[in-house]
Ligand binder design. Sequence first.
Ligand code: ASP
Length: 328
Amino acid sequence: MTKNLFIAVCLLLLPAISANAQKREYAMVVHGGAGNLSATENDPVRAPLLYAAMDSALLIGENILAGGGEAEKAVMAVICYLENNPLFNAGKGATVTAEGAFELDAALMLGKDLSAGAVAGVKSVKNPILAAYAVMTQSPHVMLSGTGADHFAAEQGLETVDNAYFATPRTLEWIEQLKRESGKNGTVGCVALDKHGDLAAGTSTGGMLRKRWGRIGDAPVIGAGTYADNQSCAVSCTGHGEYFIRHAVAFNLCARYKYLHESVAQAAEHIIHHELNADEGNGGLIALDKDGNIAMPFNSVGMIRASLYKEKTAPASVRQVGIGKALK
Ligand code: ASP
């Protein structure tokens, strides 16, 4: 190749090369649970409330990320907001066990050093995601469960509540409705990529409606419902937890990205639509790769979800919110 031809080829390739190299400044994805949400999507009262809650979640997270805050701070702030919001099956508004009690699961993981914390079956810590963070930062462990986890959270000075706090008149009414319309879930999760290039993932849930007491789902199981690794992706799942545990969904996605060199969208699609299926492993996931690319597939009727990303050169972020197949 002559020198001039070489330069011409380089000039032709330049736009493609720089487009590939452009890493997004920050990005975030949030979910509010997957399930048979067709009635919810068309409900004139509930749908606007859910859209508004997802918009608020994006605002809370973006304020942190745009200001240079860390991904885990954004994830925790968003999940705390959703845990305190009775619209979702996490924190206040959580679903009940078959015995009528509230047992909550949550996990948080950081991509920069693979540090992780989780709580399972807690009954009195107001914000389980903060207890997961405390396990990660204040104990040598990754997961604490049941009474031991509640004691630990109280020792750490986290706010505790009576188990009945998690119920609301509205949730009890919805639980009655859920019993008639099977397959609805409302777990919450958030994944974020900050300006420093660090990923974080968090998930919080009341679990499956009428679960047996003591049952632990995928959300607090690192690698199943929650995973983050700066070399690949951050993932948070929602759906029938037993299947997500068997398929190690969150780690599986990161492994496909890392070892098979699939895109985050390809890896996510494969797992949700081929490994799990609508009859068995019903649900979905949100994922972000280390460059801020987003995937949020589901094999259920719907998944409450919201995403944002900010390109380095763009003046503002791009946001999307959805409940059913269409995004707004
Ligand atoms: N995955 C959660 C669990 O199995 C439930 C959900 O996402 O709705 O506990």
